[in-house]
Design a protein around this ligand. Structure first.
Ligand SMILES: [Mg+2]
Length: 358
């Protein structure tokens, strides 16, 4: 089997309302979709969702990198995934989302060749995933209202709350959210690098009292030593790293420094499913667990992310919810998974199991 061509296209995602995190406000998003074609008629779909504040990539730059990869991929066997990752790593440093687009498309092809859904191609631990839902920063009242709506009307039982601007405001909002949803609902926080060590210690104490189970990325991405120091000082609340962990090497260093309890794997940071699986293996052997998060991604990367969660025992959490903020949650792509409340069941169709035409 040989790759014959790769089609690269921009895809615009319209959001229902602006989404605010500690360092940016997002109104719409642009993804790059690719289609890898083969001489046996099997096609694989992939997606790059570059987000400069996190991956340092732009839309146009990612398209250029994908065009570079295209030259290296044509004529190669799409099932030689390790070899093709080595080729991409040789051609470009970083560029996680460009590598991710190729990686997802190669796995879609592999699934179609095997006649098996992606969750089984990747390990097949289970076929159902409990997903959380994220609440952006707003007034404590509006955040509590949104939390209550997700829990009471949409069946979500795990909420991820964005924080990190001011610890006192964060604690005020979290208190109102806890009161609105009750004690049974699992709450996690994402500080998106917004604290320093002393503010993090203050915030974590307050959060522990409110029954918050985990806090993501308290400190700037570069400060793994700080994360390690924080972890030694804090107990009774789990610490997660997101922006600090891009590559498998970052994960290895964080394991050595004992800097986290949980890694937030994102396909766009690490370069796709293959590397994501390697981070999960590393974490598992150091006694950590993983979550799979997402960027503003279409159903292609969301389905890939949920499939990775389902496939592996060490990946216990899913934060693949960005499609909830889209005007069209399906991005015009039926299939992939079905949702009942907060449970997402993956399709049994081969590969991604998505019906895409481009
Ligand atoms: Mg995060």
């Amino acid at each position: 089997m040989k790759i014959t061509d790769i089609k690269i296209e921009k895809f615009y995602i319209e959001l229902t309302e602006p989404f605010k995190v500690a360092f940016a406000e997002i109104t719409h998003s642009v993804s790059i979709l690719i289609k890898i074609q083969t001489d046996e008629g099997i096609e694989g779909y992939g997606e790059a969702a570059p987000f400069a504040p996190v991956t340092g990539e732009t839309t146009e730059g990612t398209i250029e990198i994908l065009q570079l990869f295209r030259q290296g991929l044509i004529g190669k066997n799409p099932l030689e995934i390790e070899k093709l990752h080595a080729m991409m790593d040789h051609l470009a440093h970083g560029c996680g989302s460009a590598k991710c687009a190729v990686d997802i498309a190669l796995h879609d092809i592999k699934g179609k060749v095997m006649g098996q859904p992606l969750y089984r191609v990747l390990g097949g631990y289970q076929n159902e995933v409990q997903n959380d839902v994220t609440i952006g920063i707003s007034t404590p009242e509006r955040m509590a209202e949104a939390a209550s709506d997700y829990v009471k009307n949409q069946g979500y039982r795990i909420l991820k709350i964005k924080a990190g601007i001011d610890p006192r405001d964060d604690l005020r909002a979290l208190k109102q959210i806890r009161e609105a949803v009750g004690d049974e609902i699992r709450l996690r926080v994402d500080a998106n690098q917004g604290y320093d060590i002393s503010r993090a210690l203050f915030a974590l104490e307050g959060m522990k009292a409110l029954g918050i189970e985990a806090v993501e990325q308290c400190l700037p991405d570069w400060d793994l030593e700080g994360a390690s120091c924080l972890k030694k000082k804090v107990s009774g609340i789990q610490l997660m790293l997101d922006e600090s962990i891009h590559t498998t090497k970052d994960a290895a260093r964080a394991c050595r420094l004992e800097a986290a309890d949980i890694f937030n794997i994102k396909l766009m940071k690490c370069g796709g499913l293959y590397r994501g699986g390697q981070i999960a293996t590393l974490a598992e052997n150091f006694g950590l667990t993983c979550m799979v998060g997402c960027m503003m991604e279409t159903k292609i990367a969301i389905t890939a992310g949920l499939s990775l969660v389902a496939s592996r025992k060490a990946i216990t959490e899913a934060d693949c919810d960005s499609f909830l903020y889209y005007k069209d949650a399906d991005n015009g792509m039926p299939g992939g998974f079905t949702r009942t409340g907060d449970m997402f069941r993956l399709s049994e169709d081969p590969g991604l199991g998505l019906d895409i035409s481009f």
